[in-house]
Design a protein around this ligand. Structure first.
Ligand code: 5GP
Length: 201
């Protein structure tokens, strides 16, 4: 956080914006994010977080996340290299790096963050009006559970953890700038696109 307290960095970043997509796991946020990035490639760039969780099949290091060991992650915390970080699931750390924000801003684009509810609220608190927080709401917890099971990437235990967390996260839905119900992917994506276009002017 220190890097953002530096007066020169603050001045330089005053006009820069941040867009955050947040949602309970399985709400369809990743699909919406992929579509947004394709449709708004000139405006948005995905902010690649660092994480200590294991890489999944189909993921690429440096593209989906920067996969690092817990020791490295803690070193980054000590060096104030994160804008925000959370232990999203027990023993699994995730964090948005200062370098990634700066890299994207220096390209003249707006970072698109895919982070958990607590991380989203923290970034909003830090950057206020310059941040747009969008909460993607699943139609129901039952549908969320079905989606997680059909994804086939998680063990039963992990699905259980994710569902409990989803229930907790749903309680924060009113704390975000916009809430989009994802009962229809096409409609939800278009709504998010319109909101972003308006925010970016
Ligand atoms: P997954 O393990 O399914 O990729 O992600 C789990 C959760 O961690 C998702 O809700 C995702 O949005 C969140 N997440 C990913 N990167 C970050 C980050 O840098 N900070 C925070 N606070 N949450 C993150």
């Amino acid at each position: 956080m220190k890097a953002f307290e530096d007066p020169d960095t603050m001045r330089e970043t005053e006009q820069h914006k941040i867009i955050i997509l947040t949602a309970p796991s399985g709400a369809g946020k990743t699909t919406i994010k992929t579509r947004l990035l394709a449709a708004m490639a000139e405006l948005l760039s995905f902010s690649v977080s660092a994480t200590t969780r294991k890489i999944r099949g189909g993921e690429t290091d440096g593209v989906d996340y920067i996969f690092i060991a817990e020791e490295q992650f803690k070193e980054k915390i000590d060096k104030d290299q994160f804008v925000e970080w959370q232990m999203v699931y027990p023993g699994m750390y995730y964090g948005t790096t200062v370098d990634e924000m700066k890299r994207i801003w220096s390209e003249g684009k707006t970072p698109l963050l895919d982070i958990d509810v607590k991380g989203a609220l923290n970034v909003k608190k830090m950057f206020g009006e310059r941040v747009l927080t969008i909460f993607i709401e699943p139609p129901s917890i039952e549908i969320l559970q079905q989606r997680l099971m059909s994804r086939g990437t998680e063990s039963a235990e992990h699905i259980h953890t994710r569902i409990s967390k989803a229930k907790e996260e749903m309680e924060y839905r009113n704390s975000f700038d916009k809430v989009i119900m994802n009962d229809d992917l096409e409609r939800a994506t278009n709504e998010v696109k319109e909101i972003i276009a308006k925010f970016l002017g």
